[in-house]
Design a protein around this ligand. Structure first.
Ligand code: ZN
Length: 58
């Protein structure tokens, strides 16, 4: 089982219809909406949500 990084749901890699590759790793999603959210701002979901420690923007 993989975990949908957006909503935290378990997703079976074998049957997952929505997946996305980011930085060489494949992520699985339960729904197209989750995939879209992830692709819009992957870092947000990979760092466990609301960490306001991102100073990199101009
Ligand atoms: Zn989801």
């Amino acid at each position: 089982m993989a975990v949908d990084p957006v909503c935290g749901m378990d997703v079976d890699e074998k049957t997952a219809q929505w997946k996305s590759e980011y930085k060489g790793k494949t992520y699985y999603f339960c729904a197209p909406g989750c995939k879209a959210s992830f692709e819009k701002d992957p870092e947000k979901y990979l760092h466990g949500g609301d960490h306001h420690e991102h100073h990199g923007h101009h």
